[in-house]
Design a binder for this molecule. Structure first.
Ligand code: ADP
Ligand code: MG
Length: 504
């Protein structure tokens, strides 16, 4: 209650606020219950299709360790721009990169899928004419695509689009293999590029962190949404039939958890009326339940719901609101972050935001109001951070990665929330500490994954090449060769691989 301590709020108002604060508080026992439920839902998602979280097998079976080499193409499609990157892995945890952005117009986003993929192929073609990648006639560049839309993956380079999101609505795409559509478009243009890997952004985050750090147990995103990917033992992925895997059975596979859907059945996370209102008014009621308590898209809206409730109860702004406060999603999470970043006693930034961004009349904003708004941001963000720690703890438990040694446990992260929200990591660590113990929490290294969508996609293309080689050296394996070593050596430095040679 630190923000409210120095206010002149009357006891009734204080009690009113404390009652709300208690609803956002997660005690130790609740956090333990959430962790246990995570492990239960992980197990269910790994054993059956159609569960939530979906626990999507990605068919990525190798994580990089920083020694990888080669030149790859990476594409990143998902926002306003299409990004084409040439990524050269130097093999000493270093990377050289060169990239161009191509605008994806509204017409392309909502027109025929073939036009969209033709445009992507044209962009790749244009990029290659400007980039300096020496290739001989029969060499092909391997391409990784970071595709931030839901797909059902059946191989590292195959995945059917389930649905578009984020303003994309191109026709004749849903149900089709994204990689095939892209490969067809490249082939029509005679662009010598092989679509090798379809990579979710969390998987890219995991791989990028692994390359720069030498290892990584989890790639986690706390941005507009939240999600995580980790390395699972194949034998735990019960739903994946061995027939579904081409080539030798791997020991491990990266799983894209889609943990935003954790607790969709609403069993363990205590919900407030503010969460219920958000959910009811969302485009996907009852879905992405965990994400709705955690991510950038929603935190501001939860705070807005609290503040409106306080306005309606004449506890805030003398019962006055503004057009912005009355607008759905009218209070962005970035504003919360800015408000909490300001350490001044009087909350200068908070006042400026309320008056300049949120349209409140300065005369209607009292020091008590400032304290209440700061308090509202804090209780919502603290709960989000603590809940985020539960997912990290769940992965540490699930993978047993901290057992039997005293090494670092590496977690790669991405997203504005974890990067910029003041105290978010501290809050995450507070629940992590409770759930995995201080020793493991201290050994957990949480670091930004550098350009997961660019470097991660390139590493995905390398993993694909690596796996392809592994299938080819299978007969040699029986002659007693160490597969991993052979395939790594085969893959290194041959991003621009003349595969035809080695097959023959
Ligand atoms: P994306 O997840 O789409 O790749 P980001 O990681 O940048 O993009 O996350 C965007 C989300 O983060 C938005 O919901 C926005 O409200 C929120 N956000 C933007 N800036 C900040 C900030 N400084 N602090 C906290 N959250 C922020
Ligand atoms: Mg992002």
């Amino acid at each position: 209650m630190s923000y409210l301590a120095d206010t002149s709020l009357n006891p009734a108002a204080l009690e009113f606020l404390e009652r709300i604060e208690r609803q956002f508080h997660l005690d130790d026992e609740q956090l333990q219950t959430i962790l246990a439920q995570f492990l239960k839902e992980f197990e269910l998602g790994l054993s059956k299709y159609g569960e939530s979280p979906a626990m999507v097998p990605t068919f990525v079976t190798h994580l990089p360790d920083g020694t990888e080499r080669g030149t790859f193409l990476a594409l990143d499609l998902g926002g306003t721009n299409l990004r084409v990157c040439q990524v050269t892995l130097l093999g000493n945890r270093q990377v050289e990169m060169n990239q161009s952005k191509y605008r994806v117009s509204e017409a392309l986003k909502t027109g025929e899928a073939e036009d969209l993929f033709n445009y992507i192929a044209d962009s790749v073609d244009h990029f290659l004419t400007t980039a300096d990648i020496p290739l001989t006639e029969d060499e092909q560049l391997y391409l990784g695509l970071t595709f931030s839309f839901p797909v059902e993956q059946t191989a590292i380079n195959k995945g059917k689009l389930l649905t578009w999101t984020k303003g994309f609505a191109a026709t004749h795409a849903i149900g089709n293999d994204v990689m095939q559509m892209l490969q067809d478009a490249l082939d029509r243009r005679h662009v010598h590029v092989k679509c090798a890997a379809l990579i979710n952004d969390t998987v890219g985050c995991l791989m990028s962190r692994a390359y720069f750090s030498g290892g990584c147990i989890l790639g986690a995103i706390f941005g507009t949404g939240t999600n995580g990917a980790y390395v699972e033992d194949m034998k735990a992925v019960k739903k994946l039939s061995t027939d579904a895997i081409d080539g030798p059975l791997p020991d491990k596979m990266v799983i894209n958890t889609e943990w935003g859907a954790f607790d969709n059945a609403r069993k363990v996370i205590p919900r407030t009326i503010f969460d219920n209102k958000l959910d009811r008014e969302s485009i996907n009621p009852r879905f992405q339940a965990y994400e709705k308590c955690i991510s950038g898209m929603y935190l501001g809206e939860i705070v807005r719901n609290i503040l409106l409730y306080l306005i309606d109860n004449s506890i805030l702004f003398g019962g006055n609101s503004s057009k912005q406060f009355n607008t759905h999603y009218g209070f962005d999470t970035e504003l919360m972050s800015n408000i909490e970043n300001d350490q001044s006693d009087e909350g200068v930034t908070c006042r400026a935001i309320l008056t300049q961004k949120m349209g409140m009349d300065d005369k209607l904003v009292s020091p008590n109001d400032i304290a209440i708004v700061r308090w509202g941001c804090k209780i919502v963000a603290t709960r989000a951070a603590k809940l985020s720690g539960c997912a990290v703890a769940a992965i540490i438990n699930q993978t047993h990665c901290a057992e039997g040694h005293e090494d670092f446990v590496d977690v790669g992260v991405d997203g504005s929330l974890i990067q910029f929200y003041p105290g978010f990591e501290d809050g995450l660590r507070s629940s992590l500490r409770l759930l995995v113990g201080e020793n493991v929490e201290k050994r957990t290294r949480i670091g930004l994954a550098k350009d997961g969508s660019g470097i991660g996609a390139a590493l995905g293309a390398l993993a694909s090449l690596h796996q392809e080689r592994e299938r080819q050296v299978q007969p040699v394996l029986q002659a007693g060769l160490d597969t991993a070593k052979a395939s790594r050596e085969a893959a290194e430095g041959v991003g621009k691989a003349a595969l035809a040679d080695s097959i023959a």
